[in-house]
Design a protein around this ligand. Structure first.
Ligand code: DC
Length: 225
């Protein structure tokens, strides 16, 4: 039985590389709900700021760029201020700069409405602060993690599979640095919501993790008849 009347909101939070995106995307597909990748929004903001030469500190320029910022997701592609940024937001350059921009209160505040605005049809959302800040009333909250070594190994394998250059030790260093920044920032740090279900995916298959998420979803969503 659904416990609430709003369209279903299912959220997954956790560190970089824990598999949130692929798990959340697949759970959304199985549940027939839209998927919201909030990391893509922070990455898109980072791209816009870097392309305007605006540094990651609060300033009138930063606020003006935030006020103009728009994002839309169409046909599996991401558009920021009308520009298709699907590929560029996954590059190492963006990866290196995204944490300082996402730590800024002005950035996080301006993205709150954008994220909440996506909930009208229900959704499966993934990020760092979905269950704690953006959708505290979510029907299902999952905190998905894995060891830094496993997360780095997955990123490394993904890059090699795409034919990109990759160095495991560099990636592991970056994963740890990003964890450190995302966990210790003052605003909306990465942390498990008290009511989130904890899943450690180290050594678990993709299917096993998706099944765990679906089990949790089944507890609160009315099955379609
Ligand atoms: O999940 P990802 O790797 O695409 O996220 C990119 C960065 O965006 C990550 O370093 C932290 C930030 N982020 C955030 O601060 N809050 C979110 N809800 C999602 C991502």
């Amino acid at each position: 039985m659904r416990l609430s009347e709003h369209p279903p909101i299912i959220v997954l939070d956790g560190p970089a590389g824990a598999g949130k995106s692929s798990v959340a995307r697949e759970a959304a597909r199985r549940l027939g709900l839209p998927f919201l990748d909030t990391g893509a929004i922070y990455r898109a903001i980072t791209h816009v700021m870097l392309s305007k030469d605006i540094p990651p500190s609060d300033s009138p320029e930063l606020r003006a760029a935030l006020a103009e910022f728009t994002i839309s997701f169409r046909g599996g592609r991401v558009f920021a201020c009308g520009e298709d940024v699907t590929e560029i937001i996954r590059t190492p350059a963006i990866e290196r700069h995204v944490s300082p921009y996402s730590a800024l209160p002005a950035v996080r505040e301006s993205l709150l409405d954008i994220q909440r605005g996506q909930r009208t049809q229900g959704l499966v959302a993934e990020g760092r602060d979905m269950g704690t800040v953006v959708f505290p009333d979510a029907d299902v909250k999952i905190f998905l993690t894995a060891s830094p070594e496993e997360r780095a190994a997955r990123r490394h394998a993904e890059r090699l599979a795409k034919g990109e250059e990759s160095n495991y030790d560099d990636i592991l260093r970056q994963v740890k640095a990003r964890d450190e920044m995302d966990t210790n920032r003052a605003v909306a740090p990465l942390k498990r919501a008290e009511d989130a279900v904890f899943i450690d995916s180290t050594g678990l298959s993709f299917e096993a993790v998706v099944s765990r998420v679906m089990e949790e979803a089944a507890k609160v969503l009315t099955p379609k008849s």
